[in-house]
Structures are given as structure tokens and as C-alpha cells.
Design a protein around this ligand. Sequence first.
Ligand code: F6P
Length: 324
Amino acid sequence: IKRVGVMTSGGDSPGMNAAIRSVVRTCAFHNIECFGIYRGYEGMIDGDFVKMDARSVKGIIDKGGTILKSARSEEFRTKEGRQKAYDQLKKADIDAFVVIGGDGSFTGAMIFNQEFNFPVMGIPGTIDNDIFGTTHTLGFDTALNTVVQVIDKIRDTASSHNRLFFIEVMGRDVGHIALNVGVGAGAEEILIPEEDLGLDRLLDSLRRSKQSGKSSSIVVVAEGDKIGKNVFELKDYVDQNLSEYEVRVSVLGHMQRGGSPSCFDRVLASRMGVKAVESLITGKSNYMVGLKNDIMELTPFDQAVKGKSKINMELLRVSDIMTI
Ligand code: F6P
């Protein structure tokens, strides 16, 4: 391996820049040339590359987003698009690449590897933590800290006005963010797609909460929750069925994806970048690097994209006990 490309693909997440920095510097350490690929697979198809050396990634470890930009590419889903991307990589003499992204990005890399036998390595970057083969994806920890801080602030208003807040958090189809921030911010209820609480039990729980002397309530709702109503419909439903509460809704949105990465995400990104490049050097390809029991491990792409990241159900029980 003489020239490695690095890119970010799919939704951005805090820690992506720290991972770019790590890939670039690990390449420099091993005397390998490194090229940044702008806008994920879109930039690969366009040949939008930039040479990066160790100094070119200074001052980015603490920055959210991604200096290489990110995109979701429709063209790369086509055989013609991937052929164009391959031709561009060959033209630039790039002989392997590291993709920092989620399972859609890994599926693309896997197909590309099968078609062109091109060495690829993945680093899981998404706030959702929905990837099999790692206990933490890049950006998850930062997003949890961001959301917990915001819920603490909303709690100030909730308790000053004796209100009930439904707070919708991101996570796509999984409840990792909701479950963790729910416990971390002491939410009275947590609604996640992995567990169907049901409307009746939600009402019972809120009634019990009021009767136990609580003046305010926070219900964290994962955006992918399947209770059958969105947060605004939930508000209307509770308004109609529980007169004792004044209800408000807060949808946190994309602020959850931004901001300076936590120390945990910076360290994780640094470790993942080293592992990804050094695995390519030893001839490995078609894997995702991940964290398991505090050890960097490789998971084949096909397992990473097919496997399910499991919710820690113990947290639901802990939450139930904490909200007695
Ligand atoms: O995957 C990250 C994520 O922020 C999800 O939590 C969310 O469902 C989705 O991306 C939002 O995507 P977009 O930025 O395209 O609206």
C-alpha cells in the first residue's frame, strides 16, 4: 500500500475530524501518502481529492462536522458510478481507502471491494450507535453529553412551571440515544422502538409519577419509537386524557449532531484511525474497526451491515427503579 484515500460519508458526527487526523498521521508515520476524498462517494466519482500530510490536519481534533464534507451518493449505487469512482482512484494511484460513516457507506465499500478487489476499511461514525461490531460509534458519546445538557436545561422550565415535556431525540430506528440520555438525565419515561410501552401504560406511569409527589416530568422519545403517535400527537393525547399536566414538546433535531467531540470520541477516533491504516498495511481488507471490551477489533463488513446493534435492556430496568 503506497497511497491511501480517506473520506467521510453519510451523516456527519462529532469525532469524524479526529478520525481523519488519525488516518492521515498514521499514514505519515508509516511513510504512506494520504489523500482526502471530498464529499464521500460523490467526490470519489468526481476525483475531488486533496493530498494531506501530518500538518494539514492540525487544529481539527476538537472540531465537530467533517473538514472533508459528507454526502449520501445516489450515483455510487449504480455500477456506472462505481466504475467512474474506480477510474478516478486508479488515475490518482490511490490503492486503498478508509471510509468513515455508517452502514450505508459500508455497504457501498463492500460492493466496491467485491467488484474491483479494491482494499477498503471502515470506521463507524454516526451518533445513532446503530452498528454491529462496536460498542460505540464515533459521535455517540458526544451526542449523549449534548442531549443530557439540553434536557437538564429543559428540566429547569419543567419544574418551574410543573410541566410535562416530551423531548424527541435522534437515533433513526434505534433507541440507544434515548435510553442513555433518559437514564442520564433522570427522565420519568423513555420511549424506544425496541420496547412497546403502549399508551395505557404511559398514562398510568405519568399518573403514578404525579401521585408520588413529582411536580414535573420528562419523557424522552426516540424518533423511531413505535408507540403509534408522533410527539405532537402524544401531547394532544395526554392533554385529552390527563388534565393534571400542562404538556410541552421539544424536538431537539440536528443540534444533537454538532459540537466539539468529547474526550471519549477523540480517543476512540484516534485508536480507530491507527487500527484502520495498520490493518490495511498488513493486507486486511473489507473490515470495519470497532471497540469491544476496550480492545480494537475488526468485523467483516457483511457482518457489520447485517448484524443488529443490541439495546442494553438493563438500562430500562435501571430507569424504572430510578423513577420510583
Ligand atoms: O444518522 C444520523 C441521523 O442524525 C439520525 O439520527 C437521523 O434520523 C438522520 O441522521 C437525519 O438525517 P438528515 O440529516 O438527512 O435529516
